[in-house]
Design a protein around this ligand. Structure first.
Ligand SMILES: *Cc1c(COP(=O)(O)O)cnc(C)c1O
Length: 453
């Protein structure tokens, strides 16, 4: 590990030890009764800081709790891992993690009626209002991942044997949410160019009606799918769904938090986003937003009464199991939110960078892009069977030669060993990093005598 990265972690850890001393001392004002410990720890902090500044010293702490490696991928590499790019935390989120790491830390000022989204200090209630506005929906809740958003909707709308229309490119978590509710997924076949069209959705709805004699209960569509990150006509699909009076769930796992999303304009009855995938938030986090029409269904409150104690829990929402993200996860999400809101306004630039990279990759003869092109997203699927895989065939490291070469250049996140079809995500990389990335691929190509055209 680069010594400055190493020393940064050591300094952060050493300050946590100081913090523990402060926590351990009796709160009687000044007397640092743990005095010796405090001064020893402070000397250590200073020594580490000196090393950090000078870039000197050797690694002293390499594990957390004895067995956990320090993760420095984001400090040491350009990370193009498909699902990690837009979930990288902002510095503000990392500060929130430090300050709110203790268990139920969001609950210090929880007052009647005792529900997470009603807490005003820290401003969790306001955050919920802003989230709904950000998506142009009426109501929003935070959930532990997009999947838990699908689950809440499926569990509210879908009963045993009911059909749910999903895309032929749907994420597995949509399948599981439907399965758990006892429903059955009905996939819309993928059309030319790996797109899901409104016509294909209409056709599938008709087929389901004929086969089952019943309307599907829900249509779930990914605005950008996870396989190609192709854009699908959600608005057109929502019109089709609504013609049959079927509600539409907009899956924004790859959109909410990176590009502007207008739920109402999309015709969405539900908007689901992923905090850890696209909102620079810790895992597990996400958002489920809906309209006034559906809020009472999916955010219905408990009706249960204890048979012995006669207790009731009034305003707790069943699908949320009362409260969802009660500590640093939510605080991290909230701390990133101002930046996340702002960054969605610069999506065009991210797409430009994505196309810049793709152009450079395609100039390596034999390389192809599997996703729609020009790109409309920063996640892309490429096929290097005709370029890097040709090299892999005769290389002693086989497909790993490419990961080796990338890793040497400080690039991580491509699927190790894959030289045929693989995905990358350039979200959030500066132009400087983009050029470095593109240059690196071309350098590797040149080294192995692939033609650049
Ligand atoms: C990543 C992803 C999900 C799952 O998101 P989580 O927040 O991890 O639950 C769902 N749908 C799509 C299209 C995804 O890409």
């Amino acid at each position: 590990m680069d010594i400055r990265v190493q020393k940064t972690f050591e300094a952060l850890f050493a300050l946590e030890d100081v913090r523990q001393t402060l926590r351990d001392s009796v709160p009687d004002g000044i007397g640092l009764h743990e005095g010796d410990r405090f001064h020893e720890q402070m000397s250590r902090v200073k020594a580490i800081i000196n090393d950090l500044e000078a870039g000197t010293g050797s690694p002293e702490v390499t594990r957390i709790a004895g067995n956990m490696e320090i993760r420095s991928r984001e400090e040491e590499y350009i990370n193009i891992q498909p699902i990690q790019a837009a979930g990288r935390l902002t510095p503000e989120a990392r500060k929130a993690l430090i300050a709110y790491g203790d268990g139920y830390s969001a609950c210090d000022n929880c007052r009647k009626p005792f529900r997470l989204d009603k807490i005003s200090k820290p401003p969790i209630a306001d955050f919920h209002t802003e989230l709904a506005a950000f998506l142009n929906m009426d109501t929003a809740r935070v959930v532990p991942g997009a999947r838990r958003g699908f689950q809440a909707v499926a569990s509210s709308l879908v009963g045993p044997g009911d059909s749910v229309i999903v895309s032929g490119l749907a994420h597995y978590t949509e399948f599981l949410a439907v399965e758990e509710a006892g429903g059955i997924v009905k996939e819309v076949p993928v059309s030319a160019g790996n797109k899901i069209t409104p016509d294909a959705v209409a056709e599938k709805i008709e087929t389901v009606i004929i086969e089952t004699g019943k309307l599907p209960k829900l249509v779930m569509i990914d605005h950008f799918d996870y396989q190609f990150a192709n854009e699908h006509d959600v608005r057109g699909i929502s019109k089709v769904a609504h013609q049959y009076d079927i509600p539409l769930l907009y899956n924004g796992a790859y959109t909410v938090g990176v590009m502007p999303v207008d739920g109402k304009k999309m015709g969405a009855d539900f908007v689901v986003g992923s905090g850890h995938k696209s909102m620079a938030s810790p895992a597990p986090s996400g958002v489920l937003a809906t309209t006034d029409e559906w809020a009472d269904v999916v955010f219905r409150t408990t009706q249960m009464t204890g048979d012995v104690t006669k207790r009731k829990f009034g305003i707790k929402e069943v699908e949320m199991l009362g409260c969802t993200l009660m500590g640093s996860t939510l605080m991290g999400m909230m701390a990133s939110f101002p930046v996340v809101k702002e960054r969605t306004l610069h999506w065009d630039e991210e797409v430009k960078k994505s196309n810049f990279f793709m152009e450079r990759l395609l100039s390596i003869q034999g390389s192809r892009v599997m996703s729609e092109y020009p790109r409309k997203h920063t996640l892309s699927k490429v096929d290097t069977t005709g370029s890097f895989d040709v090299v892999a065939q005769s290389h002693k490291r086989r497909g790993f030669f490419l990961s080796d070469e990338l890793s040497k250049r400080g690039i991580a996140g491509e699927f190790a060993g894959a030289t045929r079809m693989w995905k990358l995500n350039t979200y959030g990389l500066s132009w400087e990093k983009m050029r470095y990335l593109a240059d690196s691929f071309q350098e590797i190509a040149e080294k192995y005598e692939l033609q650049i055209v």
